[in-house]
Design a protein around this ligand. Structure first.
Ligand code: GLV
Length: 330
């Protein structure tokens, strides 16, 4: 029997052609998965999805024939992996290939927030740069990056790539990760010490029950006065109201954010009112080459599943009888 696979979004560059030779594909064009007919969902054997598709238990209950889920993302917090694991269904993701692009984004946000790049851009475009405001010794002062201390929360592949970039800027690097992993060139400290000592804090953890609101009001209050927070991981790790309050009170200098508790961010979010907040719309991995590699891994995972093979990049490899090793969330 020909298997039926739903792909929730068109993917670049003919990369689905190989998959289309092995199964019957339906590519959604803007409609949500939940809006598919009951028959369509019931007949579906495989899903290739994005991080914007919530794959929850209610949806899974409508898909009794589902045999795999392959997400074009490294993070899988949009997927109920626990339920899929109970049902012996493998979940694929795309680790490794977005490490450099995401680390570059973290550094771009760190520099932009420290040196007020977005604010300066707005200043000019809004017509405020005139001869009387041309240059003065205290004009547009920012925060030094070179020689400062960077605290990295999460020392997986992306956290380590950020540490390498920080070394190039002559920064001292502190690190904390839930697993206690040690990394060369990174001084491992407790989370509390990291927050107390770091001029810049960059978050590189997966969102899970244990990391939701890890940076809550108390931990944000424990950050070094004048520090900058950068988040390219997941919005749910940082309490946004507490962050906005810490910026408004002047406790923190600035923040650089690629990810938000709710995406797209609400236009009335207090974070958008603060001049020191630099925001971009979840573009950490958004380079042509990186996205092509992510799609290739996701299609590779789906192809393996269709052929009855273990997915090469599976977050719940225990579903296979001879459990293969996970590539980790990085
Ligand atoms: C991006 O946020 C991803 O998880 O791939």
């Amino acid at each position: 029997m020909v298997k039926r696979v739903i792909v929730t979004h068109a993917l670049p560059g003919g990369r689905l052609d190989a998959l289309a030779q092995q199964c019957d594909i339906k590519i959604l064009k803007g409609e949500s998965l939940a809006a598919q007919s009951r028959e369509e969902l019931a007949a579906c054997h495989g899903l290739v999805c994005l991080l914007t598709d919530p794959i929850d238990r209610a949806l899974l209950d409508t898909m009794p024939n589902l045999q795999f889920v392959s997400s074009v993302s490294v993070g899988v917090d949009h997927i109920d992996v626990e339920t899929l694991t109970e049902r012996n269904i493998p979940v694929g993701h795309t680790p490794g290939v977005l490490v450099d692009a995401t680390a570059d984004t973290a550094f771009a946000l760190l520099l932009a927030a420290a040196r007020r790049v977005a604010e300066g851009d707005r200043y000019i475009r809004e017509g405020n740069w005139r001869s009387e405001t041309r240059w003065s010794p205290d004009f547009f002062l920012g925060k030094d990056v070179s020689g400062a201390t960077l605290g990295i929360i999460g020392l997986g592949a992306i956290g380590q790539a950020v540490a390498r970039r920080a070394a190039g800027f002559g920064m001292s690097v502190l690190g904390w990760t839930p697993s206690g992993r040690k990394v060369a060139g990174v001084d491992s400290v407790s989370l509390e010490e990291l927050l107390r000592r770091s001029d810049f804090v960059s978050v590189h953890l997966a969102l899970a029950k244990e990391t939701r609101f890890l940076l809550d009001a108390a931990r944000i209050a424990a950050m070094k006065p004048g520090a900058v927070l950068v988040n390219t991981a997941r919005g749910g790790i940082v309490d946004e109201s507490a962050l906005a309050a810490a910026l408004d009170s002047g406790h923190l200098h600035a923040a650089g954010l690629d990810v938000f508790e709710r995406e797209p961010i609400a236009m009335d979010s207090p974070l958008l009112r603060h001049p020191g907040v630099v925001v971009v719309p979840h573009i950490g991995s958004a380079t042509t080459r990186t996205r092509a590699k992510m799609v290739d891994l996701a299609v590779g995972n789906a192809t393996a599943a269709l052929q009855g093979q273990p997915m090469p990049h599976c977050v719940n490899p225990g579903v296979y009888p001879a459990a293969s090793s996970s590539q980790g969330l990085s």
